[in-house]
Design a protein around this ligand. Structure first.
Ligand SMILES: *Cc1c(COP(=O)(O)O)cnc(C)c1O
Length: 408
């Protein structure tokens, strides 16, 4: 796309096959029209209110504030959203764009399945057909999410090429979209992919930061001093940060998956190990092998196990407006359990990375300083993952017995 060539040094862009240029242009034009359309704004806000349950609460975490004895902690509870995380917000926004474009079908790829569930949910709500592309290996690992996608009426398409995981599912979904873009809309699950997706999804998610501003002002009569969010692709982070980018006194901290170690394949730390690359239609920081192939990643939190980063967030990091930090699997699990015990909030393992980092800095802050952690999702979905991580003997016994109950 010519327009982007002027910005050779910027992250982002739209590096796609010729066959998709029209489909992207169509979305870009419709999105720009929608932004100026008061009725669209109203419909979107109304859906967030009446379907997703916004505004999500800003919870004062009094017990943990006392526990750490430093700054004052608030939890922005995005886990209170319908379907349990912030993802529903950009899926609703994109579904409205697809409707305006007269599309009949939503398609998406998914690794851990959370984006697949959110897409299948809005497809059911708006009456779209729905196809979810998923690697064969991921289908086997994520059966509960596959089950729910199917109950929501989506067709889950098993991808058995390559490594049978997310990147192969992306390839299949793109291939399908190229052939069916007249009636299909490709729903992207984070602030990623070719222009205009990163900007569009950030615009939808920026409601998080707007609410944080309003709710913190009400509770504390000021802006937060620090906002912390975990970073997978970057949608919950940029959503929480965007409204504060111009407020130079508000520290913005993104937390990446530190995984189980510092070597390639043991984490998803693009800050340490990322380099400039082009993948999935956009230019950004990616974890790559020395040959420039996408490197394997690891995190206990499926949503953070991603090799790239949204281009806008990567830019804010380069400009030193956003700090990037990390938390390990172990620190995240500990933060998850601590938050549950002290506050009665069970955070998703992704969000627990943000909490883990906040817990490192809270004791060093003064009592006047306000830290808001974006709790991007709730932890119910992590039941299997967490019990396995903890090697929970009773739960393992339960699973074995459950099979016997099936067979009776
Ligand atoms: C998907 C997911 C993430 C990671 O995605 P971002 O685009 O980085 O926000 C984080 N938290 C939860 C709960 C998720 O489901």
């Amino acid at each position: 796309m010519k327009r982007k060539e002027k910005q050779k040094n910027t992250y982002g862009g739209a590096y796609v096959p010729e066959m998709l240029v029209h489909a992207l242009k169509e979305i870009e034009i419709e999105f720009e029209k929608a932004l100026k359309d008061k009725r669209f704004q109203k419909e979107f806000r109304e859906l967030l209110r009446s379907y997703s349950g916004r505004p999500t609460p800003l919870i004062y975490a009094g017990n943990l504030t006392k526990h750490f004895g430093g700054g004052k902690l608030y939890l922005k509870n995005e886990g209170a959203n319908h379907t349990g995380a912030h993802k529903i917000t950009h899926c609703l926004g994109q579904a409205l764009i697809a409707k305006r474009l007269g599309k009949k079908e939503l398609i998406a790829e998914t690794g851990a399945g959370q984006h697949g569930v959110a897409t299948a949910t809005v497809a059911a709500k708006f009456g779209f057909k729905c196809k979810i592309f998923m690697g064969e290996v991921d289908i086997a690992r994520q059966r509960p999410n596959v089950f729910w996608m199917e109950q929501l009426g989506a067709e889950v398409i098993s991808v058995s090429s390559g490594s049978k995981t997310l990147k192969d599912a992306v390839n299949e979904a793109l291939k399908y979209w190229m052939a069916h873009s007249d009636e299909s809309y490709y729903v992207i699950g984070s602030v990623l992919g070719p222009h205009p997706y990163p900007e569009m999804n950030r615009t939808f998610q920026s409601i998080i930061g707007e609410e944080i501003r309003e709710q913190t002002r009400k509770a504390e009569k000021k802006l937060p001093d620090v906002v912390v969010a975990c970073v997978g692709g970057g949608s919950n982070a940029i959503g929480a940060f965007y409204d504060f980018v111009k407020e130079k006194n508000v520290r913005l901290i993104g937390v990446e998956a530190g995984g189980i170690g510092k070597r390639v394949g043991e984490n998803a730390m693009r800050k340490e190990n990322g380099s400039l690359g082009i993948f999935q239609g956009y230019k950004s920081l990616f974890l790559q092998t020395s040959e420039g192939h996408i490197a394997p990643t690891h995190s206990v939190a499926a949503g953070l196990d991603y090799p790239g980063m949204g281009p806008e967030l990567a830019t804010l990091f380069r400009e030193k407006r956003v700090e990037l930090q990390s938390a390990t699997d172990k620190e995240a699990v500990e933060a998850c359990l601590l938050t549950a015990k002290h506050e009665g909030v069970i955070p998703a393992l992704e969000s627990s990375h943000a909490l883990a980092y906040a817990y490192k800095i809270l004791p060093k802050l003064s009592k006047k300083e306000v830290v808001v952690v974006n709790v991007s999702g709730r932890g119910d979905k992590d039941l299997f993952n967490l019990t396995r991580y903890l090697n929970h003997k009773e739960f393992k016994k339960f699973l074995a017995e459950e099979i016997q109950r099936y067979e009776k």
